[in-house]
Design a protein around this ligand. Structure first.
Ligand SMILES: [Zn+2]
Length: 283
């Protein structure tokens, strides 16, 4: 039996599942897994992930050079290499184009929020990496600080990347992101998505990191107030309605910043609050 047979079978199986679960279509996305010798098994460029065959998988070294297989490695190879470099605990990466999650980034609605208890417990929040051109080293580099702290991230107007200690774990995280997006979108369609109580969110996250682990950088924050949650989850009242220039007035409730970075208090924010209060008082 080929030594990497098990991982080959898993990439083929989870590629099909990504397609069947509507997480990607056509030639979208790419999957990879770390082989025992440290090289990387990944999908080749230009193949349909729903119908992967053995020949669609290539082996590359940690600098992206092809070692075995036919065809070129995926054009998003840099993205995968960055994940393995930043996260020594990572053994599998899946990049897909989950439609509802992508729509959140296009609509500028953040998924770095605490809505579903079980997601806060097991995954934390999902930040959005600012837009960069697909397939570039710039995009891969912009992912680095985010994947250091999160197991799943969104890329603005593009897609999602999920990391795991196995292909199954990476797939579960990807699936969870899209499922959360679907529930949140449905709630918003029905009138609004309420968020978890700040204390409960912090309690859940800290419990989850202790019970299930997570990115080493997140686990290191487990005993800090709010653990690794962004300010929007842990009681920054203004953060419930942030705006690129500060806190938005009520009429712009649909706006939300797309990163997990807490907003530093600034005169701009103070001025925005004062204006919003004045406006509210005068109506
Ligand atoms: Zn992509």
């Amino acid at each position: 039996m080929v030594p990497d047979r098990r991982l080959r079978d898993e990439l083929i199986k989870f590629g099909r599942l990504c397609y069947e679960r509507h997480l990607l279509v056509a030639m979208d996305g790419n999957l990879s897994a770390l082989l025992p010798d440290g090289s990387i098994l990944c999908t080749r460029a230009g193949c349909h992930k729903g119908f992967l065959e053995d020949d669609d998988l290539v082996v590359i070294d940690r600098s992206g050079r092809k070692l075995r297989g036919a065809g070129n490695p995926t054009s998003e190879m840099q993205m995968h290499l960055a994940c393995y470099e930043e996260r020594p605990d990572c053994r599998a990466v899946i990049h897909a184009h989950p439609p509802i999650s992508i729509a959140f980034t296009i609509a500028n609605v953040s998924m770095a929020r605490c809505v579903l208890p079980e997601v806060v417990l097991t995954l934390g929040t999902v930040p959005t990496v600012p837009y960069e051109t697909t397939g570039t080293r710039k995009l891969a580099d912009s992912l680095r600080p985010y994947v250091r702290e999160h197991d799943a991230v969104l890329m603005d107007t593009h897609g999602a990347v999920a990391l795991g200690t196995s292909v199954l774990e990476a797939f579960c995280r990807l699936e969870t992101v899209e499922h959360t997006a679907l529930i949140t979108k449905t709630a918003r369609d029905l009138g609004g998505a309420k968020e978890l109580d700040a204390k409960e969110a912090a309690h859940l996250r800290s419990m989850g990191l202790k019970r299930y682990g997570g990115p080493p950088a997140a686990v290191a924050k487990v005993d800090q107030p709010g653990a690794d949650l962004p300010a929007a989850c842990v009681g920054c009242s203004g953060c419930a309605n942030p705006h690129p220039q500060g806190i938005a007035p009520k009429s712009e409730l649909r706006m939300a910043r797309v990163t997990s970075q807490p907003m530093a208090p600034s005169p701009l924010v103070e001025a925005a609050i004062a204006q919003a209060v004045l406006r509210a008082l005068s109506t």
